[in-house]
Design a protein around this ligand. Structure first.
Ligand SMILES: Nc1ncnc2c1ncn2[C@@H]1O[C@H](COP(=O)(O)OP(=O)(O)O)[C@@H](O)[C@H]1O
Ligand SMILES: O=P(O)(O)OC[C@H]1O[C@](O)(COP(=O)(O)O)[C@@H](O)[C@@H]1O
Ligand SMILES: [Mg+2]
Length: 343
């Protein structure tokens, strides 16, 4: 019973539409729930900007990338209209009893604050980087890894043909999960992640040893990787909507350094938003649908202030307070295990 507003906030990723569809179908079928879609994340919540959302609207959307609701990095408290009273008055006007926020760490932090301010909110975790501690996996990551792995495979054939060293940069602001998975799947000769600095000398040693065997070196680097002499991750593109540096370009820094030190012709490729766009993998559609169904059940139980999470094979409930502010890094032992066969 009741009417609920769904929003998608933060960076998009494949699988968001499967969550929206799973929530609406579960809610309409089992719990007599109705839904509206808030447009462009928290902006829609603050300004009471909605679209209708029912079974007809979500028909066939699981296979579409992005989000039919639009997204933004708009904070619910950042503009003068962003007050709990204003948000509650829009909710009353629209007949909305509670909010389902689908987003990453920032979105969950904001959801927690809204909940503490008396707004009924539940959450669904989303991160392409897979760096939320509270959930084993989120949707979007699997698709990104598939795309990045295909990029490694493709770069290897052109690298082999020209006897070049190829450097592929993938996403990963604080955690190098995409680099670890795609690099391992694609048999990269070095994987560089934010959690563990590597010296240029070490990277060049791996590159040289690969060339000495007559192979073409393949290096996968996460955008948040730093060399030991860098204070912070490379950024030359200004700030994002939440005043964080927009990362990207470390591959273009590394490639000429590797070429200069080893004498091996080297090319950089920055994969960028191709990792986040397009058709979600089957795995991400399944996880998104399960998360959507589970969050509708949470709403039916009045279990506000919590988000859904994948623990092993089960979808569980975790309080926002536990879920917020804990980054899931690649454990050092796991990185060192992979590193043992670099070069
Ligand atoms: N600690 C916080 N308290 C309140 N709002 C926050 C907080 N952190 C982030 N936000 C807001 O949540 C939105 C989404 O966060 P962001 O980190 O950009 O994306 P994501 O949710 O994908 O990680 C941002 O617009 C930001 O304004
Ligand atoms: O170009 P945008 O939208 O600012 O997003 C880029 C950033 O988003 C990320 O993909 C993180 O997104 P998540 O919130 O999905 O983990 C980073 O890897 C990257 O730095
Ligand atoms: Mg974030």
């Amino acid at each position: 019973m009741g009417r609920f507003g769904i929003l998608t906030s933060g960076g998009d990723c494949p699988g968001l539409n499967a969550v929206i569809r799973g929530t609406v179908l579960q809610g309409e079928t089992l719990h007599d729930q109705e839904f509206v879609g808030y447009l462009r994340g928290y902006r829609g919540l603050v300004y009471g900007d909605v679209m209708s959302l029912d079974r007809g609207v979500v028909r066939g959307i699981s296979s579409q990338g992005g989000t039919i609701l639009g997204t933004s990095r708009f904070g619910p408290y950042t503009e003068p209209d962003g007050t709990p009273d204003n948000i509650k008055s829009h909710m009353r006007r629209l007949g909305v009893d509670g909010v389902i926020a689908i987003g990453g760490d920032g979105t969950m932090a904001a959801a927690n604050r809204l909940y503490e301010d008396g707004i009924p909110v539940v959450g669904v975790p989303k991160t392409i980087d897979n760096d939320l501690e509270a959930t084993d996996y989120t949707f979007g990551f699997n698709t990104a890894v598939e795309i990045a792995t295909e990029a490694v495979d493709r770069l290897r054939t052109t690298g082999n043909s020209h006897k070049r060293c190829m450097v592929l940069e993938v996403m990963g602001r604080h955690a190098g999960w995409i680099a670890m998975f795609a690099g391992t799947a694609g048999g990269a000769h070095a994987i560089l992640i934010p959690e563990h600095p590597e010296s240029l000398e070490q990277i060049c040693e791996w590159v040289r040893s690969v060339q000495d065997r007559g192979r073409s070196p393949m290096v996968v680097v996460a955008e948040g990787f730093t060399l030991p002499d860098m204070d912070e991750a490379h950024s030359h593109k200004g700030l994002d909507g939440f005043n964080r540096p927009r990362l990207g370009g470390i591959a273009e820094i590394l490639a000429p350094l590797i070429e200069e030190k080893t004498g091996i012709e080297t090319r950089a490729t920055v994969l960028g938003h191709i990792q986040r766009g397009g058709v979600p993998s089957a795995w991400d559609r399944v996880l998104g649908t399960r998360f959507g169904q589970a969050v509708s059940n949470m709403v039916a139980d009045g279990a506000w202030g919590q988000m859904v999470a994948l623990r092993g094979m089960s979808v569980e409930r975790v309080p926002f307070s536990e879920a917020v502010g804990h980054t899931k890094n690649v454990p050092l032992e796991q990185y060192l295990g992979a590193r043992a066969i670099f070069g």
